[in-house]
Design a protein around this ligand. Structure first.
Ligand code: ZN
Length: 218
């Protein structure tokens, strides 16, 4: 079982499901050749895919195009089903930064065939996390910088203000369709600049005022 780690709290919360949003930055939708979506595109990852900052991402042997996606992560701290804006805002108890590691070659193959993307998004170490910062310690301003570099070269550098759907809109949308529970984490989509990484590469990712992830590919 994987547990959420918190900054300034010893509470032990098991990780529930990871709910991820696809194409939530217009410039990233464009670089993947997709349209800007009318509603959030949702997919899941299992909790067993989670590793923490300073652990290594293990490159799956069945892919030749492992890619990084840096994202704002929302921590759901109370159950919510079909909530309004206020309930959605209340259900978000904190924030983190995450890497949604993706097997892009498999994803394009699955998309072309109209098959589910599951195996392009789910594999051991496909979700990299760090400590959750609780809202009592930091209120998100909404224009924090989000960036990622590989071997010291900046690849992704944007602001979370460029998100198409806001955290509250995302939680409201998902909770109208499935119950979100305490311990669930929401990956809110990645800005442009996604790219391939290979064994030996070192990734460093930062979300301003929230945290930092370092990992390497093995
Ligand atoms: Zn993503």
């Amino acid at each position: 079982m994987r547990f959420i780690k918190f900054k300034n709290s010893d509470e032990k919360v098991p990780i529930g499901k990871l709910v991820c949003v696809g194409r939530n930055y217009a410039a990233h939708a464009k670089e993947l050749g997709g349209e800007v979506p009318e509603f959030p595109i949702i997919f899941l990852k299992p909790a067993s895919n989670v590793i923490y900052s300073c652990e290594s991402v293990v490159h799956p042997a069945h892919s030749k195009n492992l890619q990084h996606e840096v994202e704002l992560v929302l921590y759901i701290g109370e159950d919510i089903k079909g909530g309004n804006d206020e309930a959605a805002a209340r259900a978000i108890h904190g924030y983190s930064i995450g890497l949604d590691m993706t097997l892009r070659d498999l994803q394009f193959e699955f998309k072309a065939k109209g098959d589910p993307w599951t195996l392009a998004k789910c594999f051991d170490s496909a979700a990299v996390l760090t400590d959750v910062v609780l809202k009592k310690d930091y209120q998100l301003k909404g224009d924090e910088n989000i960036s990622l570099s590989v071997n010291g070269t900046v690849r992704q550098n944007s602001s979370i203000k460029n998100m198409i759907f806001s955290p509250v809109e995302i939680v409201k949308f998902i909770s109208a369709r499935m119950t979100l529970e305490k311990g669930d984490l929401i990956f809110t989509g990645t800005p442009e600049g996604v790219g391939r990484v290979v064994q030996g590469d070192k990734i460093e990712a930062t979300l301003e005022n929230i945290g930092m992830i370092t990992t390497q590919i093995e």
